[in-house]
Write a new protein. Structure first.
Length: 439
């Protein structure tokens, strides 16, 4: 028998790309590929790219340039670019980097086997369509190999919001929700393979409206269906838009035991003027009132958010409004970024904030976020939480996992195995993790 071909996938960006990379590996598994952790011994290299960060395309071209020597040594090596940069750049990638054999967008990766076969015949392969067929159904079923205790599951893709700073509607397309039965089948399959926690993914996940037996279902209704699966212990979802946080989803946070007390709900700015310029369609006040309703349903919920500072035309007063909102919410986690232009988006054509001023604002915001994050984490000391153990810690006999609130927790106890869900009493808080003992 011939040796299997080796596939190296480098994944950039969001959790949805992590899920997509898994499915790409499965799609190419039918072509005789097994994954490798090194590009040096690969027969195919795939870069699964993200277009969110600044100069994303240039970073991909730089990465491709590093493979020139490897391609010269191994002429049969196939190199592909997938994901959102592939969607945005298309044929331009092959023009600028002739060593690239295939380019595939995030809606077309179920066609990878046919594209790979085409490259083996000496041709280039390009597919950045938005095909009508369901890529999830076209892919072969996940192999029944044992899985770790946590997994991502994409339920919704695309976005119809058209925020002024964002390329997602152009690279991922319009909002599309997967049918309920297909999600439930995939979830049951994951649980059979050892998964105990599933994170539902979508660019705008709480806009989910997948077809169910009696009509479209909301995300809350989908969560209640997942709640019935024996062996599935935890449910999470990300990323949400404030305008799609429906009453039933708020209620589910208070009544569904499997839905974890953690919610990532990006606001982006605390200034109504900037929110309007961002085309966010909500105000700071409406966001704060929404947080109140969520906390009324689940008082212990840990809130997470996203912020962009230095957005075009942002004044110091606008930035101060953001600081005021952060002070009021007191996030357990928050991700903050300095605005960077995305070609083709409305904000790219507007007057830009001075870079030094934007840097200063980012540092001030991050200092406040870090203070609140540490305060929330320190407040866990003395409490008992459930921890799903995922991997060994850095020290002998140590095991690490995540709490209900997504805090990293480790215990010094050899009597814990990967996949165990145990009660842990928190005894110490470090910079980015908690230490506990089995309760």
């Amino acid at each position: 028998m011939s040796e299997p071909k080796k596939l190296f996938i480098k994944t950039y960006g969001c959790q949805m790309n992590v899920y997509d990379s898994e499915r790409m590996a499965e799609a190419l598994g039918g072509q005789g590929y097994v994954e490798t952790q090194s590009a040096d011994d690969a027969d195919m290299i795939l870069l699964n790219t993200c277009h969110i960060r600044e100069k994303a395309a240039e970073k991909v071209y730089s990465e491709l340039g590093r493979f020139k020597g490897l391609k010269a040594e191994k002429p049969d090596l196939k190199i592909g670019v997938a994901g959102c940069v592939a969607q945005a750049e298309g044929e331009e990638i092959m023009r600028r980097q002739p060593l690239v054999d295939l380019v595939v967008g995030p809606q077309s990766y179920h066609r990878l086997p046919e594209m790979e076969a085409k490259t083996r015949q000496g041709a280039k392969a390009l597919d950045t369509d938005f095909p009508e067929e369901d890529k999830f159904e076209q892919l072969k079923k996940r192999p029944k190999a044992k899985r770790g205790p946590t997994a991502f599951l994409t339920v919704q893709e695309g976005c119809d919001k058209f925020c002024a700073f964002c390329v997602v509607p152009y690279t991922r397309g319009a909002e599309v929700s997967r049918p309920v039965d297909r999600i439930l089948n995939e979830a049951r399959d994951l649980v059979e393979r050892g998964v105990r926690e599933i994170t539902l993914l979508g660019q705008n996940v709480n806009a989910y409206h997948g077809a169910g037996p009696a009509g479209d279902m909301t995300l809350a209704q989908l969560i209640w269906q997942l709640d019935k699966i024996d062996g599935l212990e935890r449910i999470r979802f990300t990323t949400s838009h404030p305008n799609d946080m429906g009453d039933d989803l708020i209620e589910a946070h208070g009544t569904c035991d499997k839905l974890m007390p953690y919610l990532h709900l990006p606001v982006q700015s605390g200034s109504d003027r900037i929110l309007k310029r961002m085309n966010r369609s909500h105000t700071a006040e409406s966001y704060l009132r929404l947080i109140e309703r969520i906390r009324a349903a689940r008082p212990d919920i840990l809130m997470s958010g996203d912020f962009i500072v230095g957005f075009p035309e942002e004044s110091e007063a606008d930035f101060q409004a953001t600081l005021n909102l952060v002070e009021e919410v007191k996030y357990g986690y928050a991700y903050s970024f300095k605005y960077s232009t995305r070609p083709g988006t409305p904000a790219a054509e507007r007057p830009q904030v001075d870079l030094a001023e934007a840097d200063d604002r980012l540092q001030r915001l991050q200092a406040l976020i870090t203070r609140d994050q540490r305060s929330v984490q320190d407040s866990m000391v003395g409490r008992e939480v459930k921890v799903l153990f995922e991997k060994p810690g850095r020290l002998p006999g140590q095991m690490g996992g995540k709490s209900d609130y997504l805090h990293a927790v480790h215990v010094d106890d050899a009597d814990v195995e990967i996949g165990d869900l145990r009660r842990v009493r928190i005894v110490d808080s470090a910079a980015n993790s908690l230490r506990g003992v089995l309760a």
